[in-house]
Design a protein around this ligand. Sequence first.
Ligand code: IPE
Ligand code: IPE
Ligand code: MG
Length: 256
Amino acid sequence: MALFKLPFTNKSTNKDSKEIHNSFEKIPEHIAIIMDGNGRWAQKKGLPRIAGHREGMDNIKRIVKIANHFRIKILTLYAFSTENWKRPTSEIDFLMKLPIDFLQHYLPELMEENVKIQTIGEVDDLPGNTKSAIMRAIEQTESNTGLILNIAINYGSKFEIVQSVKSIYKEVIHGNYSIDEITEDTIAEHLYTSHLTDPDLLIRTSGELRLSNFLLWQSAYSELWFTDTLWPDFNEDEFEQAINDYQKRKRRYGGI
Ligand code: IPE
Ligand code: IPE
Ligand code: MG
């Protein structure tokens, strides 16, 4: 694993130091990941789909650790979409228990790593025990100052935009501002992500080349990075590869 290539060690020569410095400057501030392929991972091993979800959950810890190591500020993980309710009840039930398990097992470690847990999505509509485990973790990690681990759960980008439009409409009705005052910033300020920067790098595992209703507004100028690797197998090396590739991209935002 070439993990220590980036900012933290190995300042042996001037040339190296310069490269390291450049790398450090181009570390993405916000990485968003569509963690896809748990079911296929299990299927390939002749296991039930839920075995893939469990393995996928364990992988989150590994990726949080490396993201923290690279001083990524925000890691947004797509854990459950508004469309995932279409799945069989037994699979949904299992998926709803995973956050409880995850936090039970890993919260002490996340505290040690100074990770701050947040969510985007309709957490209020989750089963009560799932919601309360998440709320407890948010509260407990509230004053941590390291990586923001932002879990997208019961998240759908189109729903989020509809909600934004509705609350802006209400504010217009109440005379808080006029229609002409509505700008792109107004929409953004009414999304779940109002307090976050947009993702610089958006990763999807499992070979699917689509966004599946994830951060449609926020990823307007994100760099996209796809891999065939199934989420439970996505490791530190590939994470680093994605960052290295990102560092070589030229972000133009429509300019030249
Ligand atoms: C991603 O893995 C996890 C969730 C969507 C909850 P999948 O369950 O979608 O795995 P595949 O795509 O069927 O392999
Ligand atoms: C996207 O994966 C949602 C999550 C990873 C949570 P899906 O497996 O639900 O996406 P589609 O159905 O293949 O587009
Ligand atoms: Mg999938």
